[in-house]
Design a protein around this ligand. Sequence first.
Ligand code: IMP
Ligand code: MG
Length: 180
Amino acid sequence: MRKVLIPHAKIIKRVKKLALEIKKEYKNEPFLMLGVLNGSYMFASDLSKELWKHGFTNFSVDFIGVASYGKEKTSSQSPKFTKRLQVVLKDKNVLLVEDIVDTGFSIKEILKYLKSKNPKSVKICSLLSKSTRRKVTVEIDFLGFEIEDKWVEGYGMDTAEFGRGNGNIVEVIPEAFRRK
Ligand code: IMP
Ligand code: MG
């Protein structure tokens, strides 16, 4: 069973506010918006459009691919890079765009990897955070919504690779987890 947790209109309203916060932070400094695939594709897309609408155009966009859960529901603690970095980060401002920070293992590994490339700065923008499940400390600079310990899908996020196209963020009730 699926229940709407955050409807599309509410997401978009929040994304607009995040774009304004990001614009205020970077002022006229250029940055690289680096989305974490696959989950952040929709969020990164809307965020980039909102920034542009609000007159901030000084950014490039790229993605890295990380698979943290595979088909399992529990974090593997060591995410696999499925798409490596294609751009040089040295002396660049990087805005890492994530779908969810859950235990924090994935983002911590990604940060370690990015910092080894000597960027000028790295900031984190995450649509969701389940802070009650955190195992390692993560500082999120721009956060969409704090949510309870529930499995969610939609707006780019999946359950075993399905459900990403839903414009709403929905809560997945466990029986429905084993999608046939
Ligand atoms: P972490 O390493 O435990 O922080 O896992 C973070 C990653 O797991 C996120 O970037 C998501 O891709 C995925 N994830 C965590 N919770 C959920 C969820 O409720 N639905 C879908 N994906 C999730
Ligand atoms: Mg993710």
